[in-house]
Design a protein. Structure first.
Length: 585
């Protein structure tokens, strides 16, 4: 260290006049940048606050800094154009000096606590950050050492796609998409396996019944009476390029039945892709509501099994022979009830009455078939009016869009089979009044029909109707449209039921752990005695008890989640996008 000081002192004696050596407070050697041809050897700060530049013992330029503090350090800084700056550190103050047009004070910051020169965003260009004693937010300087505002700091971070954080988030998004797709395939395999297992159970039960009572032959009516479940003959129709089987089921038991499913089995196909949905009739449009495969006591429901049309189109025999069975759980016991066999051929689809959109069936069945084969979307309609003109939703969908009003407050597009809106169902109230938002439910075969419906409203309807999904808010530009501006409303979440569910889960876990600990103490083996007090064997009470414990925990967890994620809270409005409307539109 002493040798370095001696070397630096000798270098200063060679570069500076002897008269200035005693006045030097700090100094910096010139960095000899290849893009800068400035003739300079050393820059010094004197005890009196003067900045002096020397080249070959000669004074090149000087600048007096008016300060009361002592100079402690001086650094050389450069911007992307290789222009030279000096950062002079004083006691409680930092002065940035520019050399572009001679030495001059470029920026000055007082009440300084600390400073850093680093590249936090990994952009390849370091930035100066100064933290003051009276402000926790640092001052950030740009490439030319001018203080940046907060919006200027945030804008590059929002626009760049090359920052490490954005890259890492994109990588996480890709991983999440892959995991979701993988889980969907696993779930599909699980559903197929469950259906195969259910039919294996059905075949086994049928075989045992035939062996035990060979003389007893039970028909559908006798089985229905024994199980106290009434089932009507299935109705099969084609809707939205899918085969729909409708079965009306009445629960005559004094308890509810759960996990209601329609099971299909075919000797020619190992598996058939289909979906079972359970609906109950309501008094509110669209007059059908989907339930969680639960039918209450002495209630009637409609089961809808939706089969993809490709199952029939790509079948080698051009025919699907299905053995149909009904599976449900009553009082924690699973029951299977066979129904009539069904045969579906392409010839059945060639008749003009097979597609339910062209048949003369009950409108309730028509709506049910469309809903069971569609996706539901929420749309918001606003009438931007300049006068007192009034438009009703019946005029929009019936008069202008040529949709059929099959039921009250419900319109279906079924006139032209090749139309983009074919099969679309719209559920609405009567009209739009003032600046109120009209909430409309749209059932479509695929999401692109929603966008097509919005375009048709803009192009065909002779009124100024703004249509958006529930994720958007509109904002008016100008005073005349200010009454249409919508503000997000953050609805507080009620965690009362969720908290009660967590408390109940803790109680269930505690009781089960106490039970397992007691079983471990009763075991008496040395292995179990070593575990007591340090760990708990969750299988000590047996696999059935563990599965029952696991089921209780999952059910309570599901109740807690459902209490928080209620239908009213599912559409988050925290980060709502905004649509602008203008007078010139």
């Amino acid at each position: 260290m002493d040798q370095n000081r001696v070397f630096v002192r000798r270098a200063l004696h060679k570069l500076l006049p002897a008269s200035i050596i005693g006045e030097v407070a700090c100094f910096v050697f010139y960095d000899h940048h290849p893009r800068d041809k400035t003739r300079l050897d050393v820059t010094v700060c004197t005890n009196s606050g003067e900045i002096l530049e020397y080249y070959h013992h000669e004074l090149i330029s000087s600048l007096l800094i008016e300060t009361v503090g002592h100079t402690t350090d001086i650094k050389i800084l450069r911007n992307s154009n290789c222009e030279l700056f000096y950062l002079v550190v004083l006691s409680g103050e930092i002065v940035i000096i520019s050399r572009k047009d001679g030495l001059q004070v470029h920026n000055r910051v007082g009440n300084v606590d600390s400073f850093t020169i680093d590249d936090v965003e990994c952009t390849g260009l370091a930035r100066l950050r100064i933290i003051r004693n009276d402000d926790a937010v640092p001052l950030v300087f740009d490439d030319n050492f001018i203080i940046l505002s907060q919006s200027q700091i945030d804008l590059p971070n929002n626009q760049t796609e090359e920052s490490p954080i954005v890259k890492q988030l994109m990588q996480k998004l890709t991983e999440a998409k892959y995991t979701t797709k993988h889980n969907e395939l696993k779930y599909k395999d699980y559903v197929n396996m469950r259906q195969a297992a259910a039919f294996a159970l059905y075949q086994k039960a049928t075989f045992n019944l035939d062996n035990a009572v060979s003389t007893l032959k039970l028909g559908l009516s006798e089985v229905s009476n024994l199980l106290k479940v009434s089932v009507k003959e299935p109705v099969i129709k084609m809707c939205n390029k899918k085969v729909v089987m409708l079965i009306k089921l009445t629960n005559n038991n004094n308890v509810s039945i759960k996990d209601v499913h329609i099971l299909f089995h075919s000797d020619f196909k190992q598996s058939i892709e289909y979906r079972t949905r359970v609906f109950v009739n309501t008094t509110k449009s669209p007059f059908w509501k989907e339930t969680d495969a639960v039918i209450a006591s002495h209630n009637e429901s409609m089961l809808a099994a939706v089969i993809d049309l490709d199952e029939l189109q790509f079948d080698e025999t051009s025919r699907i022979n299905l053995d149909v069975a009904l599976s449900f759980t009553k009082s924690n016991k699973t029951h299977l009830m066979t129904l009539e066999s069904v045969s579906i051929r392409p010839l059945d689809m060639m008749g003009e009455n097979f597609d339910i959109l062209y048949s003369n069936v009950d409108n309730n069945y028509l709506v049910l078939c469309i809903i069971s084969t569609s996706e539901c979307f929420d749309l918001h309609l606003r009438h931007i009016t300049e006068s007192n003109d009034i438009v009703t939703l019946s005029d929009i969908f019936h008069t202008h869009l040529k949709m059929d009003m099959c039921l009250e407050k419900l319109a279906i597009h079924k006139a032209k089979p090749f139309h983009k809106l074919h099969g679309v169902v719209v559920v609405f109230e009567d009209n739009i009044q003032g600046t109120d938002i009209m909430h409309v439910k749209v059932y479509t075969r695929f999401p692109s029909q929603v966008l097509a419906l919005m375009h048709y409203i803009y192009d065909v309807v002779p009124y100024r109707i703004i249509v958006t999904t529930s994720d958007y808010k509109i904002s008016g530009m100008g005073f005349s449209l200010s009454n249409y501006t919508e503000t997000p409303h953050n609805k507080p979440t009620n965690y009362t039921e969720c908290a009660a569910s967590i408390v109940k889960q803790i109680k269930i876990i505690k009781e089960y752990i106490d039970e397992c600990t007691a079983k471990m103490m009763e075991d008496g083996s040395s292995e179990m005695e070593d575990k007591i007090g340090t760990e708990v064997d969750l299988m000590a009470s047996g696999v059935p008890k563990f599965l029952e414990f696991r089921k209780k925990i999952l059910e309570e967890s599901l109740k807690g989640v459902k209490s928080v994620m209620s239908p009213d809270d599912q559409s988050s409005e925290n980060d709502m996008d905004c649509m602008i409307i203008d007078d010139d539109a």
